[in-house]
Ligand binder design. Structure first.
Ligand code: KIV
Ligand code: ZN
Length: 399
């Protein structure tokens, strides 16, 4: 059934809302804090990337956080993503979030409370019925300030299923238009996600009228897999961060989720507004601002994501890139495939490399140069263009 949402109107059945929380959950990772100017630069880049909702911060957390959310909301006063502020259930939290997002053309308050037995007993020291009351009161108050309200069941994947359904029902009745079921501690397996989202859709009255959202942490390295499993079970909003930054092992990485959806459209047919060619640029901006590089083997945006060193792979890629690439580097912002010259490289890649560097040499010279290149590659981790140039120049002189 088509859903009509206050911020997005009537949504096509296959449309996935991309909710970016780089500036909130992402910024919560140790060492990743950003100043106001940096947050504004990131906010603009995220909007250009095509995200739908920007969680700009947690306004009650500090005066600085309030200022950043307010400034981002002002920045998007005429047009922009839905600007979202996080709040707990206390009225002061909700009012602070409401004040911070107010100037935005489209605004959301995202209120949350823990629902798992462990969190309710140890962290909140509340009985389940008291938590249920907080769900209703917090969502109702938020709804007085905007008609776009998201409610999250913190530690939702470790919550008793019956209680989770009661909380979701209470939040919908109080006016929530998005219901988020986070895997706060990255504990769930893909099959758990599928079961939980299917259960909520089947059991909770009104669940077909709201957007179900998935928010996954990466403690077991399953955040992206869990996100995809939730989508297959009916989640329509994905919460993620650029480069997967976030608490502890991070959140589901936006670029990985989006490219999985694009690349495997045959298996999960959905649409979103992300301009994938801007992914690398956005990732690099975040890395520069936070001074944290992504690891070389990071999917999509790591420097090795489209680099091939082994001779067999290089030979395949030179014949047809699709032999070893499931998406084009250009589709995510890289300028090209990179053939890295190292000890695993083959003669075909070596010849191609020389050609690219402007050398046309005969077969005998090529054989000698290739042998000397292999000796060098055994001694050096990476063989640079200058090393190859020196080697071939020497060969030409000797030849
Ligand atoms: O991980 C989590 O549970 C959160 C909530 C505040 C949505 O970040
Ligand atoms: Zn989180």
């Amino acid at each position: 059934m088509a859903i009509t949402h206050p911020s997005f109107g009537t949504l096509a059945d296959d449309r996935i809302i991309i909710f970016d929380t780089t500036l909130r959950d992402g910024e919560q990772s140790p060492g990743f804090s950003m100043n106001l100017e940096e947050k504004l630069r990131m906010a603009e880049a995220l909007w250009e990337l095509g995200i739908d909702v920007m969680e700009a911060g947690f306004p009650i957390a500090s005066p600085g956080d309030f200022e950043s959310v307010l400034s981002i909301a002002k920045h998007f006063a005429k047009d922009g993503p839905v600007v979202c502020g996080l709040s707990r259930t206390a009225p002061a939290d909700i009012l602070r979030a409401a004040e911070a997002v107010k100037p935005a053309a489209r605004k959301r308050i995202h209120t949350f409370v823990s629902t798992s037995p462990l969190h309710m007993r140890v962290k909140l020291r509340l009985e389940p019925e008291q938590v249920l009351d907080l769900v209703t009161s917090s969502v109702s108050l938020a709804r007085q300030h905007t008609d776009d309200v998201e409610w999250s069941a913190e530690d939702g994947t470790r919550t008793d299923p019956d209680f989770l359904c009661r909380c979701v029902e209470a939040a919908i009745k109080a006016g929530a238009t998005t219901i988020n079921i986070p895997d706060t501690v990255g504990y769930a397996l893909p099959e758990d996600m599928h079961r939980i989202f299917t259960m909520v859709r089947e059991r909770v009255p009104g669940a077909d009228r709201i957007i179900l959202s998935t928010h996954n942490h990466n403690d077991l390295g399953l955040a992206v897999a869990n996100t995809l499993a939730a989508i297959r079970a009916g989640a329509r909003q994905v919460e993620s961060t650029i480069n997967g930054i976030g608490e502890r092992a991070g959140n589901a990485s936006l670029e990985e989720v989006v490219m999985a959806l694009r690349t495997r459209h045959d298996a999960i047919a959905t649409t979103n507004n992300i301009v994938t060619e801007r992914i690398l640029k956005t990732s690099k901006l975040l890395a520069t601002i936070t001074s944290f590089d992504v690891q070389p083997n990071k999917a999509i945006v790591g420097r090795n994501a489209f680099a091939h060193e082994s001779g067999i792979h290089q030979d395949g890629v030179l014949k047809d890139k699709s032999t070893y690439e499931i998406m084009t580097p250009e589709s995510v912002g890289w300028s090209n495939t990179s053939l890295v010259m190292g000890k695993h490289s083959g003669r075909a890649a070596f010849r191609d490399k020389l050609k690219g560097m402007g050398y046309e040499i005969g077969d005998n010279q090529l054989n000698d140069a290739f042998r000397r290149f292999k000796d060098l590659a055994d001694r050096k981790k990476v063989v640079y263009d200058e090393d190859i140039a020196a080697l071939v120049d020497d060969e030409i002189v000797r030849g």
